[in-house]
Write a protein that binds this ligand. Structure first.
Ligand SMILES: [Zn+2]
Ligand SMILES: [Zn+2]
Length: 326
């Protein structure tokens, strides 16, 4: 977020001897003459409005840095002062620099994000227990998956399916940000659309600012600022270009041991895309039924009905591997 300076306003401080409110830039009480104590707080005159200072000299003073207090007599001096205005001592070393940078009134919710919510200790313990439990369950699940029993089974059947994707080279309509449109594409239309927030002003950006608030400059003068972001808009376009797109999927399937690929008659602007093959072998073993799925065609073609196989079966009854018995 960018800080935008709107201007400078007079602050006030309250004399702790007589209670008089004094203008921020005045360094001794206008009523009793007491020097301003180093720890006095500057406050806004009117919490609701901003009465901006026109005096250039005062603004320069506010910009030159926080005031400092003489280490010998306590008198408040300007940041650039070398000798105390009150006692004349050298104050280039040892002077106490006033605090600065504090926010004098709370900015409204619109410009400050909510503070991160802290977890209570109970919630934290529950969370840790939950994570530990989850880890335990995961471990059990994985060990059950990997721990297998070897059983003998007989092939009762099988099925296979093979598919081919047919791609065609043709015009497609797509959308993207203008700077991502391929060079050989034909742009149909574009419109401005919000893309991201920037901290710095940019062309084609909309400035969005929060409520103004006041920062203590340490000089008795407040700097009024706004936090702003710049919502950048860019061209979002519809374009057409040539691309390989799926137009058809050819599928053949069967229950025998002779899988084959779908036959294709491709034109010049067509080609084969992804190929997929899957095989399922059905087994029975002492009344229990098992299925094993694989993409290994060579293995599938060995699955003669009635042949004896050795299966690895995990705790959940799934077959993790299968091969003909030796
Ligand atoms: Zn006073
Ligand atoms: Zn002094």
């Amino acid at each position: 977020m960018a800080k935008k300076i709107l201007g400078y306003i007079q602050l006030v401080w309250t004399c702790d001897h007589c209670g008089t409110q004094n203008p921020g830039a005045i360094k001794s009480c206008t009523s009793c003459g007491a020097p301003q104590p180093p720890d006095v707080q500057f406050i806004k005159v009117d919490p609701e409005t901003f009465d901006f200072i026109k005096d250039e000299a005062l603004i320069r003073m506010a910009q030159s840095g926080p005031d400092k207090h003489c280490p010998y007599c306590g008198t408040r001096n300007l940041a650039e002062a070398q000798r105390c205005v009150q006692c004349g001592s050298d104050i280039t070393i040892g002077a106490k620099v006033r605090e600065s940078g504090g926010i004098l009134e709370k900015p409204t919710a619109s410009q400050t994000s909510a503070p991160p919510r802290k977890l209570s200790p109970v919630a934290l313990i529950l969370l840790l227990l939950g994570v530990a439990l989850l880890c335990g369950l995961m471990f059990m699940f994985i060990s059950n998956l990997t721990r297998t029993d070897q059983i003998s089974a007989v092939v009762s059947g099988g099925s296979w399916q093979r598919s081919l994707q047919v791609l065609a080279y043709q015009q497609v309509s797509e959308q993207d940000w203008e700077n991502a449109v391929p060079a050989d594409a034909q742009i149909e239309s574009c419109s401005m659309r919000y893309r991201y927030d920037s901290d710095t002003p940019r062309a084609s950006a909309t400035e969005v600012c929060g409520e103004p608030y006041t920062i203590d400059t340490g000089t008795g003068i407040g700097q009024v600022v706004q936090d702003c972001v710049y919502q950048v808009y860019e061209n979002y376009c519809t374009y057409t270009s040539l691309a390989w797109v799926p137009v058809d999927t050819l599928v053949v399937s069967g229950q025998d041991l002779n899988p084959y690929w779908p036959s294709t008659a491709l034109s010049e602007t067509q080609r084969i895309g992804t190929q997929d093959e899957r095989y399922t072998i059905y087994f029975s073993s002492g009344g229990d039924k098992y299925t094993y799925s694989t993409t290994n065609a060579d293995l599938y073609m060995l699955a003669q009905p009635g042949s004896a196989w050795t299966l690895e079966v995990n705790k959940y009854g799934s077959v993790t591997s299968a091969e003909p018995a030796q």
